[in-house]
Write a protein that binds this ligand. Structure first.
Ligand code: ADP
Length: 345
């Protein structure tokens, strides 16, 4: 483990999250923040930056805006404090569920509003009161016009998947919603692309925004990469098959995004391949234990090491034959860290 590299790892705590929010992060099994989270969380916590970010689905955006918003609104409020617009009902539901999974106590309350569902349930939810609304533009606009939703006091306005919104023809709905929200607010817009129309939209909704782009590095040259399509329940079998095909491999790294997976992968491999030396490692381990595990791996006493992304950022071990991504990394940068920085095969 290179100490200087390890100290470069930014933690959720470094980003300014409080104990309460950190507990939620821990409960989710998140170890290290994704690049968009590193950039967005501190900016939303301090509350004075507008942000336009080029980031795709699956880069951890929901936590990037969700964690700071939830931390900032932890009490019951008379008015809606945050609006998150999503292009589809599925994304709206998913974001709402993710918000609820970040919420520790009774507040903030998150309500989801989308078309094709009954108004009466949504109106009941709104009447009961909520601090955060996640919704699709058409239905949100309808509720405003019916006067069942009041956005005149919101502090946070998040427009997710900006390019999808434009493609789906939501621009007029968005403009109308904007006419009902306070000019003084914090706004973030995410989009997978930054085509000229997106920039035009951004100009109309963001005041003096900071623009960020999640830089994508390339894996090291000379690394042979391949992918297997597999259902979750097929993965362990596939991995043991690959391992059995290469008895000559001395060092194999398996990466997974969640700590929870580690012990099940380790024991499944042990069960499948008799006598194989396999160990797991994550940030849950004490520093001393981590060093010992790594020492055994470096010395080739341990053949297979199952690790989370924390390891991909701090580790520099020569002579690794194979890196297996048990799950798709959250973003391209993580993939490069896992594969390009450490693998030699
Ligand atoms: P996006 O909003 O960019 O589409 P999500 O927020 O849905 O992406 O994140 C994709 C998945 O990654 C979700 O299952 C989420 O719980 C998980 N995730 C987000 N941030 C982290 C993190 N820092 N560590 C591990 N998993 C994460």
């Amino acid at each position: 483990m290179e100490n200087n590299e390890e100290s470069d790892i930014v933690t959720f705590k470094d980003l300014g999250l409080d104990e309460y929010t950190l507990q939620a992060v821990e409960k989710k099994g998140f170890e290290i923040p994704s690049p968009i989270q590193v950039l967005a969380i501190p900016r939303l916590l301090t509350g004075d930056t507008n942000l336009i970010a080029e980031a795709r689905t699956g880069t951890g955006k929901t936590a990037a805006f969700g964690l700071p918003i939830i931390q900032n609104i932890h009490e019951k409020c008379e008015n809606v404090q945050a609006l998150i617009l999503e292009p589809t009902r599925e994304l709206a539901m998913q974001t709402c569920t993710e918000f609820q999974s970040f919420t520790q106590g009774a507040y903030p309350r998150t309500t989801v509003l989308y078309g094709g569902a009954s108004y009466s349930t949504q109106i009941k939810d709104l009447k009961r009161g909520c601090e955060i609304v996640v919704g699709t533009p058409g239905r949100v606009k309808d509720h405003i016009e019916k006067k069942t939703l009041d956005l005149s006091k919101i502090k946070y306005f998040i427009l997710d998947e900006g390019d999808e919104m434009l493609d789906m023809g939501f621009i007029d709905d968005i403009r109308q919603i904007l006419s009902y929200v306070p000019a003084k607010r914090q706004t973030m817009m995410f989009s997978a692309t930054m085509a000229p129309e997106i920039q035009k939209l951004a100009k109309t909704i963001l005041n003096n925004p900071e623009t960020i782009q999640i830089a994508i590095a390339k894996p090291a040259e000379g690394v042979t990469q391949s992918a297997y399509m597999a259902h979750p329940h097929q993965k362990i079998g596939l991995i043991t098959h690959i391992l059995a095909q290469h008895p000559d491999f001395e060092s194999v790294l398996i990466f997974t995004s969640t700590k929870k997976n580690i012990s099940s992968i380790v024991s499944a491999i042990k069960r499948a391949i008799r006598g194989i030396q396999v160990e797991g490692i994550s940030s849950d381990f004490e520093q001393n234990d981590r060093e010992e595990v790594l020492l055994r791996f470096r010395a080739k006493q341990t053949k297979v090491l199952v690790a989370t992304d924390v390891l991909s950022r701090g580790i520099d071990i020569k002579g690794i034959n194979l890196v297996i991504n048990f799950d798709v990394p959250r973003d391209a940068a993580d993939y490069v860290h896992r594969v390009g920085r450490t693998a030699r095969a």
